[in-house]
Design a protein around this ligand. Structure first.
Ligand code: SF4
Ligand code: SF4
Length: 138
């Protein structure tokens, strides 16, 4: 859900990749929006983790093309960013799966990679920008 949270670039926590390799810290990048494709057929696991009220809100947001009705596809941005639902915020999302701290950061990164791969490809410009962002020193 585009730019879930964290526009300032602060992290949920630090991740050290098992102590070797570049340190990866979750960050949302502008111009991505991969997680705003809400098509229930692609998001069964996430929908399952929502409360009944969240699920109802989620399903009302699904447009006929599978993208969130609040997503500006031209500008690649959320039109209701400040008022977006809690489940669009990465800290809430990782909490739903019982993760926080270091494992929450790793989960958020894995989630973004999966969604970016499916929307923009695994080696495209968006994935390269994301990898640069999460490896950027603080
Ligand atoms: S409200 Fe829609 S467009 Fe906004 S962050 Fe959530 S899924 Fe994305
Ligand atoms: S997939 Fe990740 S990087 Fe892309 S908009 Fe969503 S939270 Fe941001």
């Amino acid at each position: 859900m585009t730019r879930f949270e964290n526009p300032s670039g602060s992290s949920l926590d630090d991740t050290k990749n098992g102590g070797s390799g570049p340190r990866e810290v979750w960050r949302c990048i502008p111009g991505c929006g991969s997680c705003c494709r809400l098509d229930p057929a692609l998001r069964a696991e996430a929908i399952e983790a929502l409360s009944p009220q969240q699920r109802s809100t989620y399903l009302k947001m699904v447009g006929s093309d599978g993208w969130c009705i609040h997503f500006d596809t031209g500008g690649c941005r959320c039109r209701i960013y400040e008022e977006r639902p809690d489940f669009c915020r990465i800290s809430s999302l990782v909490g739903l799966f019982g993760n926080d701290g270091e494992s929450g950061d790793a989960l958020a990164i894995a989630c973004c990679k999966q969604q970016i791969r499916s929307e923009h490809g695994g080696h495209g410009r968006v994935m390269r920008r994301f990898l640069r962002a999460i490896r950027k020193p603080r």
